[in-house]
Design a protein around this ligand. Structure first.
Ligand SMILES: [Zn+2]
Length: 494
């Protein structure tokens, strides 16, 4: 019976974001479980839409004995501190040293982690692990669609396989695919050929959505292209707010024949490059968006995506630009979430339901809070289980939460940040999202999995935040010279 070691290290790093990820951030997790080691991993991740869960579930019918290592993830943010990385990498290495007689290793990785001292976080982690396990032991890892893949990551892993959906509804499925691919490597008793290409332009996250073209057509073409001798093809749309040399979309190909694998990577990269002009869409000003939404709601909500303060891209989820627009336009039956502000939540809990409180809400990340008098409609403990296709099964612990009302606007305030991508986040404070006319969500794309089915329309809005749609506004210093900052946009020159 093959013994397969499994572990996870997940962080998506926005090097322009305000707050770094310390060891404490990994201990408490956020959205998904906090730091877990050993056999407890199995129960902790059960039923969740994440790669390690999909891998574990797929391994059972294969008859593998799984050896659990360390599971660590933290919400996207600025760089992972050296302290956090060294401690977590140390745990993975220590657990691997203790896992004698393993036949292969699976890692659930993101692919866009930046450490204070290592801009290629996963490359450094894989380098250390490869040094320990030696060149022969098969090492397969799953990656996020937003991975900024590097040549080092390619070199140290035998096979990297990435999500194919954004919203990421296939995270568990990708873990299962990794298991089936590892099974093929183990049965073939040989290593596949690899090919790697990087695209010459950055793609804003909000235009990477796989529910529409060009991403839909590109991702839809991957499976039909995987014909023998090609084992696996991945397209990583990349994570642009990362000022590192290898920040770029990339194509990964694996197969049993070197020339065919190179050809498959080249053809896919060429087809993606041909779609460069199509990675774009309309961006709305906040007040224009609110006015349009009030007119366009047909009983169903118009959703305003507050993408530039999407905590899923590493921001603090606390800017209030769209709240200002909602109150200025006297929006009715509107809701906005989630504003991460532990101080406002605490004041609301102290005052109690029904009370009026004068607070400066949010804006700690950019120094521009919303000062107003809010009615405390509801206070809750922030513990609930997500129900949508993206976060489904995840047990949320967002600390004290409050529903605060001002005029016709309800603001959902949480003590911890999490991407507003699940209707349960609103129901938890007594709001039925489908009954709102305007819904403001701090999310770029993931919200679409659960909210697009109830929305009359979705508008992408540019309000303050550390995840700008227009990368030409970011002070890049480290990118590869010549890469275009936007699709069809200007080239980066250091
Ligand atoms: Zn992602």
């Amino acid at each position: 019976m093959p013994r397969i070691a499994v572990g996870a290290f997940q962080h998506e790093t926005n090097t322009f974001a305000p707050t770094r990820a310390s060891f404490a951030h990994f201990e408490r997790g956020g959205g998904w479980p906090g730091l877990t080691r050993g056999g407890k991993i199995f129960d902790t991740v059960a039923g969740m839409n994440i790669p390690i869960t999909g891998f574990i579930d797929a391994a059972r019918p294969l008859g593998w004995e799984l050896v659990p290592l360390t599971y660590a993830q933290a919400s996207p943010s600025a760089q992972v501190t050296d302290d956090a990385f060294e401690r977590i990498a140390g745990m993975l290495i220590e657990d691997l040293k203790g896992a004698r007689g393993i036949d292969a290793l699976f890692l659930d990785l993101h692919g866009a982690a930046v450490i204070e001292s290592h801009e290629d976080g996963e490359g450094e982690l894989l380098r250390r692990i490869r040094a320990l396990i030696g060149p022969e032991l098969p090492l397969v890892a799953s990656l996020d669609l937003h991975a900024n893949v590097t040549p080092e990551m390619m070199a140290h892993a035998d096979l990297l396989v990435s999500y194919r959906t954004y919203p990421h509804v296939d995270m568990a499925e990708t873990g299962a695919r990794a298991a089936l691919l590892l099974d093929r490597l183990l049965k073939a008793k040989r290593k596949p050929a690899k090919a790697f290409r990087q695209l010459p332009f950055l793609i804003p996250g909000v235009w990477q959505c796989t529910l529409v073209d060009p991403a839909q057509a590109i991702y839809g073409s991957l499976e039909p292209r995987e014909r023998d001798p090609i084992l696996s093809l991945s397209f990583n749309a990349g994570f642009a707010p990362a000022d590192i040399f290898h920040s770029a979309p990339s194509v990964l190909a694996y197969g049993w024949d070197e020339a065919a694998t190179e050809r498959a990577a080249e053809t896919l990269a060429r087809d993606i490059a041909a779609a460069e002009p199509d990675f774009r869409g309309k961006v709305w000003d906040p007040r224009e968006a609110v006015r349009h939404a009030m007119r366009a709601s047909d009983g169903r909500p118009v959703v305003l995506a507050d993408t530039q303060d999407n905590p899923g891209a590493g921001t603090d989820s606390d800017t209030v630009g769209i709240l200002e627009a909602l109150t200025a336009e006297r929006a009715e039956n509107a809701a906005m979430g989630l504003v991460a502000d532990a101080e406002a939540a605490r004041i609301a809990h102290q005052a109690g339901e029904g009370a009026e409180i004068a607070v400066k809400l949010g804006g700690k990340s950019d120094g521009r809070p919303f000062a107003g008098t809010f009615k405390v409609v509801k206070t809750t403990d922030g513990r609930f289980t997500a129900t949508g296709p993206f976060y489904g099964g995840s047990r949320m612990e967002l600390g004290p939460m409050a529903r605060l009302a001002i005029g016709g606007v309800d603001v959902v305030v949480a003590s911890k940040k999490v991407q507003a991508a699940d209707q349960a986040m609103f129901r938890h404070v007594g709001i039925e999202p489908a009954q709102k006319r305007v819904l403001v969500l701090k999310s770029s794309v993931h919200f679409r999995a659960d909210f697009q089915p109830i929305a009359a329309e979705v508008l992408v809005v540019a309000a303050p935040g550390a995840n700008p749609i227009d990368h030409t506004t970011l002070p890049y210093k480290r990118l590869r010279p010549g890469i275009r900052l936007m699709p069809m946009g200007p080239e980066f020159r250091p």
